[in-house]
Unconditional design. Structure first.
Length: 111
């Protein structure tokens, strides 16, 4: 991968990496990962599991929604949040795979 391609890959992941850098959002992602993928969780459930205030959870959920880390399913008047395992996560996997390729190349050169 050339320099420009790698910079483009980092640019594609910038919002995601920024969102993942916050410990509170990491905790929310971990809680959502333990939920049923198809059902998701309501804000109240996330609040109970994280011991955060409802406004704090809502604030962090908005950031995670904006970065497409999580998705939102509306059912009547209820909102269910779930991990969105496509999109942004796929970009991150691509970046990590390129870094892994570089690591392997560097290991071969050291031998």
């Amino acid at each position: 991968m050339d320099d420009k391609a790698m910079l483009n890959q980092f640019a594609a992941c910038r919002k995601l990496l920024s969102a993942l850098g916050d410990e509170t959002r990491q905790m929310i992602i971990t809680v959502l990962a333990s939920a049923d993928c198809k059902e998701g969780m309501r804000v109240g459930e996330i609040t109970e599991r994280t011991h955060l205030s409802r406004p704090a959870v809502s604030h962090h959920l908005k950031i995670l929604l904006d970065t497409e880390v999580i998705g939102l399913r509306r059912q009547a008047t209820m909102n269910f949040y779930y991990l969105e395992l496509g999109g942004a996560w796929g970009e991150l996997v691509t970046l990590v795979n390129h870094i892994e390729e570089l690591r392997k190349i560097c290991e071969c050169e050291e031998e």
